[in-house]
Design a binder for this molecule. Structure first.
Ligand code: WTA
Length: 630
């Protein structure tokens, strides 16, 4: 396995790493998976609890609507909680939480199970039934985990909206999912200030009309509006006799919906990606087990937000399925000082840290001294996700944070894939900036316009050629879009929307999105959302948004705006428009810069040619302009 003939700069696992690694031979595991893919997944699935075993591992009679573990009955929450409560893990910590203001809470498996059952009862008493959607809108607090698990426990479908989104984004997602219940926090701490989550929710609820009950978690305790008959406090409900009734759990079919999660796509409104209980459970259980090589006494910290897929899969479900101790932190990496994260690692003895390149680049700017003040010797493994990591940031992470002894798991995946797809394991030789190869058994490729594999090191479209258990099942309420977006460009291949290269060793190098998705600080945004926020302002006639390279954020948003006739251009208006986008979509979508223009490059059919805008902004050749109207 330790192939010394690999090309380029390679970091081989140390003897110490190999000694600790559960999987010591990646090639062998990959061969096993390739030789009998169904058996490979079937064995992993057997490590989890099923009320009824599946009849078939993969059901592909209605491609691309693949089904996994059909005929089986399970519930992901049973495997996350109940299973452990009956073992030596009963009193083990499942979740350790620290607030930005220093508050902290811990939950053993027993306690998390109990809180989840109680909240499941509360939801039931609110009339939430199997199949109902529930929107969750909170910061990084333990109650978000409890709320998600409580929904899934009773077969309700959660739809978490990231707490950094704002009024219109929230309203749109509540409305589209037809949620009757909204679970929200009064506010969230962010860099010493309070994000007014409840106030944003109140404003959003004026724009959509499906919600009957709002359950409010008290986090900040500041004065908020409580609408009588609609709004109720979480802590009061949890103290009612009804909450401690029983431990109801819905035994669901493998393919039963677990959650929807909205994500930005190529065009129009964000789409809801649907994941189901059985396959998703097996996929994230297995990937976390092998890639982060969870040991029973590990303390694992995924520093993402539960509001995105990384949080769903690898803060909430994955660690609990593996019986791990998961740590969650409410605040920002550099508040109040740039050592906050390093302090936390030392304080809690974190063994595994999983974060995004943007956080690394941000912390790197403050210099090594902040890191070196702390004892980080507990760290064993590091991870990164969300965007390509530049080799400079990779090396800083490896040498300064990991002291040259912690392999970096650069995991490529998507909301749609649900689980890691291209990723190393601790035993795999690493090349800074590459996530190495696909997870065992998964076949991925880089293809040209026609769908043919390109030569080694040539750029092309990244595609997936095998189904995988945690794969997107459909776009909620829009199966046409599921087919057209992912499966229609090349028959039989899933289109990722990314461009990539594969080197002579089979290592994949992600270049970036090739569609109208912008990754800002690892957050996924659509140009359409930013543009529609801009044109909803009464001074704007037309708008185009693009992403341009940014040293810390990876990409930053630039917007080009055509004002309505008679509107005066001014720096104050630029500020107002930036604020407007922040208010409608969220602070993460606030354009870095807005430029007023008189025309936008469009095709004859009226589509904005964002690549021309991008080339112009970067001073590059815009390429083929034959479809440009003027
Ligand atoms: C990008 C996040 C390079 C990619 C889990 C993908 C990455 C999009 C990596 C999905 C990585 C994610 N290296 N690029 N390790 N991981 N991406 O849905 O462009 O928020 O298509 O899921 O993030 O973003 P999403």
């Amino acid at each position: 396995m330790l192939n010394s003939k690999l090309n380029g700069e390679v970091y081989f696992p140390s003897a110490e790493v190999l000694k600790n690694a559960t999987i010591k031979d990646w090639e062998q595991l990959n061969k096993k998976a390739l030789d009998n893919y169904e058996e490979f997944w079937s064995e992993l699935a057997s490590e989890l609890h099923w009320f009824k075993k599946w009849d078939r591992v993969i059901e592909d009679s209605e491609k691309p609507f693949y089904k996994w573990f059909t005929g089986g009955k399970t519930n992901i929450v049973y495997n996350c909680l109940d299973v452990h409560v009956n073992t030596h893990r009963r009193n083990k910590l499942a979740l350790i939480w620290e607030g930005e203001n220093g508050d902290s809470k811990t939950f053993s498996y027993y306690a998390l199970h109990r809180e989840t059952c109680k909240f499941a009862n509360v939801l039931k008493s609110m009339g939430v039934q199997k199949g109902d959607r529930v929107t969750i809108y909170m910061g990084r607090v333990p109650e978000i985990v409890i709320a998600m698990l409580a929904c899934a426990r009773i077969g309700a479908v959660h739809s978490v909206v990231y707490g950094g989104f704002s009024v219109e984004s929230l309203a749109e997602r509540i409305e589209d999912s037809n949620s009757k219940v909204l679970i929200v926090a009064d506010g969230a701490y962010q860099r010493g200030k309070i994000v007014q989550l409840k106030q944003i929710a109140d404003e959003a609820l004026q724009r959509c009309g499906t919600v009957e009950h709002v359950l409010v978690v008290k986090r900040t305790g500041q004065e908020i509006n409580m609408e009588s008959g609609r709004d109720m406090w979480y802590h009061e409900l949890m103290n009612l006799p009804i909450a401690i009734q029983n431990n109801t759990l819905e035994e669901v079919d493998s393919e039963y919906p677990l959650f929807i999660l909205y994500t930005s796509g190529t065009t129009g409104k964000p789409k809801a990606i649907l994941h189901t209980h059985g396959g998703y459970m097996v996929g994230i259980y297995a990937t976390l087990k092998y890639v982060f090589d969870i040991h029973d006494d590990d303390r694992y910290w995924c520093a993402a937000d539960p509001g995105w897929i990384t949080g769903h899969s690898y803060i909430v479900y994955g660690p609990l399925l593996n019986g791990a101790t998961s740590f969650m932190y409410e605040g920002a990496p550099n508040f109040p000082y740039p050592n906050r994260w390093w302090q936390i690692i030392e304080k809690y003895g974190i063994n595994i840290l999983y974060t995004a390149p943007t956080a690394i680049r941000g912390l790197m700017r403050f210099g090594e001294a902040w890191v070196n003040r702390h004892n980080l010797s507990s760290l064993r493994l590091l991870g990164t996700v969300g965007e390509p990591i530049n080799p400079e940031a990779w090396k800083w992470y490896y040498n300064v944070v990991g002291k040259g002894k912690c392999p970096i798991m650069d995991t490529w995946w998507q909301t749609e894939t649900g689980m890691f797809m291209i990723t190393p394991m601790p035993c795999v030789p690493l090349k800074p900036g590459s996530g190495s190869r696909p997870f065992p058994g998964i076949v991925m490729d880089v293809v040209d316009e026609k769908g043919n594999s390109v030569q080694a090191n040539e750029e092309g479209y990244l595609v997936i050629k095998t189904p995988w258990p945690a794969m997107i099942r459909t776009v909620w309420k829009d199966s046409e879009r599921y087919i057209s977006q992912y499966w229609s460009r090349y028959p039989g291949m899933y289109l990722t929307g990314d461009s990539a290269r594969k080197d002579e060793d089979g290592y994949f190098w992600i270049i970036g999105r090739v569609d109208d998705v912008i990754k800002v600080s690892g957050y996924r945004l659509g140009t359409a959302e930013i543009e529609s926020a801009l044109v909803s302002h009464n001074t704007v006639a037309e708008a185009a948004a693009i992403g341009l390279p940014h040293e810390v954020k990876g990409n930053a948003i630039y917007a080009y705006v055509i004002l309505r006739t008679g509107v005066e251009k001014s720096p104050a208006l630029i500020d107002e428009l930036r604020q407007h986008v922040s208010h409608e979509v969220g602070p993460i979508a606030k354009p870095e810069h807005i430029e007023f223009v008189d025309a936008l490059p469009k095709t004859r059919s009226g589509k904005i040619m964002r690549r021309v805008l991008k080339a112009k902004a970067l001073g590059q050749d815009p390429g083929n302009l034959s479809t440009l109207e003027e």
